[in-house]
Structure formats: C-alpha cells, structure tokens
Design a protein around this ligand. Structure first.
Ligand code: NDP
Length: 293
C-alpha cells in the first residue's frame, strides 16, 4: 500500500494504539492532543507533533478523530472550519446517530468528506485479525481510504447514511452492556448462595460463549424475526417466563437488586398477556417494539 499522510487527533488508549499501528504500516503520522504530554512517547516512535489543531488538519489529507464524543470534535475543529475543504475526516468517536448526522452535514458544508466509524474492539486488539470497525458515509470516500483504515481493523461499510455506523455500534453495545450487567447480577446472586466468583466466572463465560451457537443451531434467527415467525417447538414464552420469575424470586430472597430480572420478566409477562405463551421466546420483541415500559 502507498503510505498516506494521516493526522490523528485524540490520543486516549484508542488513538494512541492507532498511531502506533499507522506508523508501523509506514504512514506519515501527525498527531495532536489537548493534553500535550500524551504525545511524547508517540513522537519517540516517529509521529510528528502538530502545534495546534490547525497544523494537524493542514498536515494531512486524512484526519482521524478518536475523541470521547462529538462535542470534542466541535471544540477542536470548530475554530479551524475554514481549513477543512478538500480533506477527509474519519471520526471514530462514539456518539448518538443523530449527532453524527449533524456533524457529517457540518463537515460537508465546509467542503470536507466525512466518514463516521464505530470501533468494535478495545485498544490492545486494534490492528489484530480480531479487530473490526463499522463505517458509514459516502461510499466513494470509504473506498478511497479502505486500505489505510484496514490497518486499524477490518472495515465494515454499512451505507451512505452517516448515522448507520453509530447505530450499529450502539446496537452491539446494547447487547454487550446488557450482558455485562447480567454477568455481574448473576455473580452477586451466586455469591449470596456461597458460590465464589472464582468458581462462578468460568461457568458464566461458558454460558456467554454458548449463546451464539445456541441461537444459530438449525435456525436462521434473523430470517425468523423478519418474517414474524416464532415457532414454539423447542422453547416457549411460558417456559422462559417461569424461569424469569424464579430468577426474580431468588434475587429477592438473596436481598440483591431486582431491577434487571424484573425488567426481563416484564418482557415475558407482556407476551403472555398478549396471548403468545405458546410461541418461541423471540415473541418478546413485539412488546419491546411497541415501546411498552
Ligand atoms: P478517551 O475518552 O479516554 O479519550 C479520547 C480523547 O478525547 C483524549 O485524547 C482527550 O484529550 C480527548 N478529548 C475529550 N474531550 C475533549 C475536548 N473537549 N477537547 C479536546 N480533546 C478532548 O478515549 P478512548 O481512547 O478510550 O476512546 C476513544 C473513542 O473510542 C471513544 O469515543 C470510545 O467510546 C471509543 N471506543 C473506546 C474503546 C475502548 O476500549 N477504550 C473501545 C471501542 C470504542 P485529553 O487527553 O486532553 O483528555
């Protein structure tokens, strides 16, 4: 690949890792960070420090942002908006989809091409075969920079709507954060009954990794959900709802927080109240889609 001059603004754990990867891939990397001390060791690795955001923008045709949120982008790029024309901004920071759409409009109004991205792995995994990143924005811009971005992680392009990358990112994090809360709740529940965390966690990790294969064996879950097809031949809303009830009861008697199991049980109760007790557990999506509390 031809080395591309690239600027990286934002040197948290993610931005720092990206800089190292891009330098290793042979690119000319210019960096800027609000807290200058975070640039020092990267300069030692061969990165060029920009004196200010204006210099960082002017140094490269491609500017990667790795910031806490999109407000940070406004703070940094707002004052240098007149320097953005003809450049590509790749914002790999998190925010909500509407916010990313507004930012894309703003950048485009200033003559820049804008890609939004959602990085799906933590910093130590960037640049490894396990790394992948969702992108959305103009497909021409994505194609132009696919190789450069590929060094960070496998690029997965979702479409031209700039909000898509963050929507996909957030939907995946919805699963992730719910699972993490479930994991901590379960660890607390088991702990009250004398099962230590060291005994519990390996079992819990087997459950977590087993969910994917369990949900895909002999079934195409996505197709079934799209077709509103909820066959109850292997498990039913009534059976799963009873289990959810038992978890709530056990949590209550253990004296631990009950908000999470109560919310889960509510999904099943709604489907039962709707008359779908004999359907597959996937039927709970109806109440969720309806916006039931
Ligand atoms: P951090 O939030 O730790 O830091 C990001 C950078 O944002 C820092 O360089 C910080 O500067 C800068 N910053 C924040 N606010 C401002 C501001 N108002 N003006 C100027 N600079 C600002 O980020 P991470 O590296 O952990 O993450 C970057 C992005 O990647 C986030 O959006 C995160 O959600 C996402 N992400 C993170 C993952 C992770 O495992 N960490 C995994 C996947 C995605 P300063 O150094 O001066 O504070």
């Amino acid at each position: 690949a031809t080395p591309t001059p690239v600027s990286v603004i934002g040197l948290g754990p993610m931005g720092r890792s990206m800089v190292t990867i891009l330098l290793t891939a042979g690119h000319r990397v210019t960096i800027w960070n609000r807290t200058p001390s975070r640039m020092t060791d990267l300069i030692g690795q061969g990165a060029r420090a920009a004196a200010d955001p204006r210099a960082a923008v002017q140094a490269s045709p491609v500017i990667i942002l790795s910031l806490t949120d999109y407000r940070a982008m406004d703070d940094i790029l707002g004052p240098v908006a007149d320097r953005l024309a003809g450049r590509t901004i790749v914002n790999l920071s998190s925010d909500n989809p509407d916010r990313t759409r507004d930012a894309a409009r703003w950048a485009t109004d200033h003559g820049a091409a804008f890609l939004t991205g959602g990085v799906m792995v933590p910093a130590p995994m960037l640049g490894t075969p396990a790394a992948y990143v969702y992108y959305s924005g103009p497909s021409v811009t994505f194609d132009q920079h696919r190789t450069l971005l590929g060094a960070i992680g496998e690029p997965r392009f979702l479409g031209s709507d700039p909000g898509l990358a963050q929507l996909m990112y957030q939907a995946q994090l919805d699963i992730f954060l719910s699972a993490l809360s479930g994991l901590m709740h379960a660890t607390a529940l088991a702990g009250r009954g004398g099962i230590s965390a060291t005994a519990f966690i390996p079992e819990a990790l087997q459950t977590l990794t087993g969910i994917g294969p369990m949900l895909s064996v002999g079934r195409d879950l996505g197709r079934q959900l799209e077709d509103h097809d909820h066959p109850g031949d292997l498990s039913t809303v009534t059976m799963m709802g009873a289990t959810a009830e038992h978890i709530l009861q056990t949590s209550r008697s253990a004296g631990i927080q009950t908000a999470l199991p109560a919310a889960v049980l509510a999904h099943y109760r709604t489907a039962i109240d709707d008359g779908h007790g004999d359907d597959n557990w996937t039927r709970i999506i109806d109440g969720i889609r309806r916006g039931d509390v």
